[in-house]
Design a protein around this ligand. Structure first.
Ligand code: PGA
Length: 239
């Protein structure tokens, strides 16, 4: 099996002593072939960076601006300077709790790529959209912001909103189907060169292996189950 990318989205959890405790255990585990990305809150980035050896560092969000009078924003250029290789863009919590609109996503992705950071662009439908059979329409609409951007340099995470933090994981067939459609969309529009498609939403040690083996699943974006080093290691080593 080819190497996968497995990212730990720590969301708004952990302070420094929790990071110490995580890496005290994590360091004892063997190094794995899969690419691992740790994504902590922005003020923890430098701190976490000190613990990393082969793992990569990622941020949870970035501004669509380079620099300027934009209080509270974080520039991808500073993220790069801090050691980030990845940044999440368009996570459903940004879209649905903080009201970030689809239109700004393209600008953020472009800005991150120009800062030499690889965006992981998150897409996915809400439960009511799924029930109305609109999954593919919603996902394609979210992907449309990629048209007109550099043809590559980013990855995509398919995260059905109804599966995030709920314990309801998408069936591997559903993840494969939607992720296959995402690949078709990218290739038909001649975009997304080299993009890997991650699955996210209630990934746990007991479902990660079958998800990782499913067609079109090139990696995983893990929230809750990445907070504990033991459970994250089981996920990372399961495929
Ligand atoms: P979860 O979160 O694994 O806790 O469902 C995934 C995510 O939000 O990226």
């Amino acid at each position: 099996m080819e190497n996968k990318i497995i990212a730990a989205n720590w969301k708004m959890y952990k302070v420094k002593r929790d990071v110490d405790a995580f890496f005290e255990i994590w360091r004892k585990y063997e190094r794995l072939k899969n690419e691992i990305v740790i994504i902590p809150q922005a003020p923890l980035l430098s701190y976490v960076k000190n613990f990393l050896s082969y793992e990569k560092l990622g941020a949870q969000n970035c501004s669509d601006k380079k620099e300027g009078a934009f209080t509270g924003e974080v520039s991808p250029y500073l993220l790069k300077d801090t050691g980030c290789d990845y940044v999440l863009i368009g996570h459903s919590e940004r879209r649905h709790i903080f009201g970030e609109k689809n239109e700004i996503m393209g600008l953020k992705i472009k800005n991150a790529i120009e800062a030499n950071i690889r965006p992981i662009y998150c897409v996915g439908e809400k439960l009511e959209e799924r029930e109305k059979g609109k999954t593919i329409d919603v996902v394609f609409e979210q992907l449309s912001v990629l048209k007109g951007l550099p043809s590559g340099g980013y990855d995509i995470a398919y995260e059905p909103v109804w599966a995030i933090g709920t314990g309801k994981v998408a069936k591997k067939e559903d993840a494969s189907f939607v992720q296959g459609k995402i690949k078709e969309y990218l290739s038909q529009n001649k975009i997304g060169e080299g993009a890997r498609i991650l699955y996210g939403g209630s990934v746990k040690p007991d479902n990660s292996s079958e998800l990782l083996m499913a067609p079109n699943v090139d990696g995983l974006l893990v929230g809750g189950a990445s907070l504990d080093p033991g459970s994250f290691f089981k996920i990372v080593s399961s495929g």
